[in-house]
Design a protein around this ligand. Structure first.
Ligand code: MRU
Length: 345
């Protein structure tokens, strides 16, 4: 797949494939300022926890460039811009991780000039970008080993190349299994309201020649009851210290159904998606998004005027429903609190 996150030295900008318009249109969105970065994050030009982290890392560099042209104390101005990036979306811990990583580099550099900070941050953003692809490939290798030849794997949302720097986490597991010579079919839940499954998962798997069928979110129980699902693999926006995994709204329901039908339910995520500072899934802030995503499909309104809606974007899946957490360091299994504590020791 074309790299959907690109840094252009020529434009001194982060260039993003605009995921709002896929699969219909391949438009590109240039980010040159903090405002562009925050806009791209909030409206989901770019989305998916690791992709958000990579974008935020480049965003810090662009913020430093912006601070060069501002009046007043550059350090204070820059701190304010970093706060804006860090708070653009609340749930995916990768965003906070990336900004804290850059702040840490700044602290460690002491009395650094703004010009030097710009070069150091750009170099680090490029490393985070490349490192994310390597982590996904390892997740694919470990996760691929858990899949059997001929499996049909259900996934929810898009935890693919488009949600990471490339290759994907949940879809990385599927790609890993395919690379290991296994025949895998995928059921992509459509994932209302932004339709990451119908639009993005189907788009990237179809382009890669991996067999994919889109199912309405509410078909999940019937498909499992009919024996059409062998395994479930999803991504995560944040994994708490006890192994509860927060992912796209609807994931919890899929996990409950998987338990009912005895289907293994896996979560695939890089280690930096695990947040040891958050004790349980219920402690993770859940993003409450624009109601218009629910009241409208494109420009077409589907709910009566004046009717309120819920648009909570994520839900926590309790650790006891998870058969394994597939990371670039290997597969974690229960008891997750111990496995995670060991990982961070
Ligand atoms: O709102 P989104 O599209 O950013 O939500 C994305 C998800 O929930 C993904 O499953 C998660 O970020 C993992 S991406 C590898």
């Amino acid at each position: 797949m074309t790299e959907h996150i690109q840094f252009s030295s020529e434009k001194d900008a982060l260039v993003l494939l605009d995921q709002r318009y896929l699969p219909g249109r391949e438009d590109w969105f240039d980010c040159k300022t903090t405002e562009d970065i925050c806009f791209a994050l909030v409206v989901m030009v770019v989305r998916g926890a690791p992709a958000i982290g990579v974008t935020a890392a480049y965003g810090c560099y662009l913020a430093a460039r912006e601070a060069q042209g501002m009046d007043g104390d550059w350090k204070e101005n820059l701190r304010g811009l970093l706060d804006k990036i860090e708070n653009a979306r609340p749930t995916a811990v990768n965003l906070r991780w990336a900004v804290r990583e850059m702040r840490g580099i700044w602290d460690a550099a002491g009395d650094v000039s703004l010009e030097d900070l710009c070069s150091t941050w750009l170099a680090r953003a490029k490393e985070i970008h490349a490192g994310d692809i390597r982590m996904c490939e390892l997740i694919g290798k470990f996760g691929g080993e858990l899949m059997d030849d001929g499996d049909t794997v259900m996934t929810h949302c898009n935890a693919g190349a488009l949600a990471t720097a490339g290759y994907g986490t949940a879809l990385g597991v599927i790609r890993g299994a395919v690379d290991q010579g296994k025949k895998i079919k995928v059921i992509a839940n459509e994932t209302r309201p932004f339709l990451q499954g119908a639009r993005l998962t189907a788009y990237e798997l179809h382009r890669d020649g991996i067999e994919v069928k889109v199912a309405c979110d509410n078909a999940c129980a019937l498909l499992m009851k009919k024996g059409l699902v062998d395994k479930v693999v999803v991504g995560a926006d944040r994994i708490a210290a006890n192994g509860d995994a927060v992912n796209k709204i609807g994931t919890y329901g899929v996990a409950l159904l998987a338990r009912e039908f005895g289907i293994p339910f896996y979560v695939a995520a890089p280690v930096y998606t695990i947040d040891p500072e958050t004790p349980t899934g219920d402690d993770v802030p859940i993003e409450d998004r624009d109601p218009r995503e629910v009241t409208h499909v494109g420009d077409h309104q589907i709910t009566p005027d004046g009717v309120e809606v819920y648009n909570l974007a994520f839900d926590p899946t309790p650790n006891e429903l998870i058969a394994g957490i597939i990371t670039e360091k290997g597969v974690l299994t229960a008891p997750y609190d111990e496995a995670i504590a060991e990982l961070f020791r």
